[in-house]
Design a protein around this ligand. Structure first.
Ligand code: ACM
Length: 544
């Protein structure tokens, strides 16, 4: 049956099939109408069948919820395909939806098309599935700041995530190279900040430039649509507004946000190069008020429990040189520049908590916190510079999302050799991602319980269009999905051969979905980028 991610228990119930036909009905019980709608629209399109509401004897797919103790549990489902009908029961509406994803996979790859093919299968193998996820945070971070993904592309990624039972889309909305979210009270953030005049083509060592403007942003209605589309698929969209570093696009739009006593911020433009800009936010009350205004509008758009404030790679040189920043360190009594960063983070952690939300930030948000009052309770850490930040955070009682760059940065190359397009970072194969373990060794059970889950991060400096994003993201996101969903054994004991065998079927699903993944034998000729400089990092995968 070649299911991905692998369910907890799959028991074939004989050699027969349950055929879907023109008379097949959907019997949607209370609380199941979202999944009913999704099944009718997606499987209806793929099969050409009406899947009308009803209870046709022996020809019904019954959708129900069971939140009881003996039921499937949070996000879990039971799926029973018998000769007399199909029963899909969710522990909650999300679990029911994930069960519908399994049902679609059981129908075969043509169920992933948008119109029926003549003669294609419309039958389900007889089977009993009992399934629930290992982690509650199963994510994908998409960097829409470096290269913009227009709204339609985001909706497509949400569909692809749903097919993999992933449930968190982290949108990296702002960076030095672009600001991608409309903020009504600060129109210049998008008028000025959402585009740059040119882009470096390749890694920053590349001598090539793409001499055309690049940009785009999501209107508020675009984001409302994205959030609603995600919610129908039981996916939460977590917005990231990066402070106090990675802010050059905002400073270009509003020069008063920068360290004006040491930099002529009036002459700054949205950055056209890759790397980490030295131009960071000034640690003033005015800047904090400005960003409270930004976050007020962001909270209206995104109902997520967590709001990401970035916090990574804030270069401190401007603060060191700025008399105003130094005076601020003394005034706030925070000791040094790291303390200033912790003050920034702490302010927004409290501000978000007062509004019923929780801050999540990259692991630099731990910096300076120990010398001050500590990272406020409730704040969570996205551990990207390895496991260490996440280990420290979990030991201090904070929740953690594990996304170390050594394992799950999907912009990194997928194979050694000269064929990989714009090769950057470590070689991280499909197998490497499959053997990634989100819970580090050495934590107590209670500390390990703080690991909410994991996400893959797709940075887009060298991914200039949707095809490049597909190539880097797939098939490795399928492996990450199994790591996040399935109760796999320790990395060394994982059955990668078995996963690979199931991937043979999954590639057919990805083909039907139109995903431009990296083929197992290497890139198609049109997926190569000969002559574009990357920056490979040598080194074997640290987990093997
Ligand atoms: C990061 O990769 N700077 C979070």
């Amino acid at each position: 049956m070649d299911l991905i991610p692998q369910p907890g228990h799959v028991v074939p119930e004989g050699a027969g099939y349950f055929p879907l036909g023109p008379g097949t009905t959907l019997d949607a019980r209370d609380g199941t109408h979202g999944t009913e709608r999704w099944l009718r629209s997606v499987l209806g399109a793929a099969t050409g069948l009406p899947l009308a509401p009803g209870t046709a004897p022996g020809d019904t797919v019954r959708l129900a919820l069971d939140a009881g103790d003996g039921g499937p549990g949070p996000e879990g489902y039971h799926l029973d395909v018998t000769p007399d009908g199909v029963r899909l029961t969710g522990g909650d509406p999300a679990g029911l939806f994930w069960g519908a994803q399994t049902l679609r996979q059981l129908l075969g790859p043509d169920a992933f098309r948008r119109a029926p093919l003549p003669g294609s299968d419309r039958r389900l193998p007889l089977v009993s599935v009992r399934d629930a996820p290992r982690f509650r945070w199963r994510g994908l971070m998409l960097d829409v700041a470096r290269h913009f993904t227009p709204k339609d592309g985001v909706l497509r990624h949400l569909d692809l995530m749903a097919a993999h039972k992933l449930n968190v889309l982290h949108l990296h909305l702002t960076d030095d190279q672009g600001w991608r979210v409309e903020i009504a009270r600060y129109p210049r953030l998008t008028e000025v900040g959402s585009w740059r005049s040119r882009s470096r083509f390749g890694h920053r060592a590349s001598p090539l430039w793409e001499d055309k403007p690049h940009g785009g942003f999501y209107t508020k209605d675009d984001l409302r649509e994205i959030v609603a589309y995600a919610a129908e698929r039981h996916i939460t969209v977590v917005p990231e507004i990066d402070v106090p570093g990675h802010s050059q696009a905002a400073i270009a739009a509003y020069p008063e946000l920068g360290n004006t006593d040491v930099v002529d911020t009036e002459s700054l433009a949205v950055w056209d190069d890759w790397g980490i800009s030295p131009h960071v936010l000034a640690p003033t009350e005015g800047v904090v008020r400005f960003y409270e205004g930004v976050f007020e509008e962001v909270l209206e758009l995104f109902p997520s429990e967590f709001v990401h404030i970035g916090g990574d790679e804030c270069l401190k040189d401007e603060w060191r040189r700025s008399p105003a920043a130094q005076a601020r360190i003394r005034e706030l009594g925070v000791g040094d520049e790291d303390g200033l960063q912790a003050w920034f983070v702490g302010h927004f952690a409290d501000w978000l908590a007062a509004r019923g939300r929780r801050l999540v930030g990259w692991d630099e948000i731990l910096q300076g916190a120990s010398g001050g009052r500590g990272l406020p309770p409730g704040a969570a850490v996205a551990s990207w510079r390895g496991y260490a930040g996440g280990v420290a955070a979990a030991r201090a009682g904070h929740d953690v999302v594990m996304c170390p760059e050594q394992y799950v940065y999907l912009d990194h190359r997928q194979a050694a050799g000269g064929d990989e397009p714009v090769p950057i970072g470590f070689v991280r194969t499909l197998e490497d991602v499959y053997r990634f373990e989100p819970v580090p060794a050495g934590l107590t059970a209670e500390q390990a319980g703080h690991v909410l889950g994991t996400q893959a991060n797709v940075w887009t400096e060298v991914l200039e269009d949707a095809g490049r994003v597909d190539y880097q993201t797939y098939p490795r996101l399928a492996a990450l999905a199994e790591v996040a969903w399935s109760a796999l054994p320790a990395p060394g004991e994982r059955d990668f051969a078995g996963f690979g065998a199931r991937m043979a079927a999954h590639y057919r699903r990805l083909d039907a979905l139109g995903v431009g993944y990296r083929p197992p034998a290497g890139p198609h000729p049109w997926q190569r980028r000969p002559g574009i400089t990357g920056r490979p990092i040598e080194g074997s995968p640290p987990n093997r």
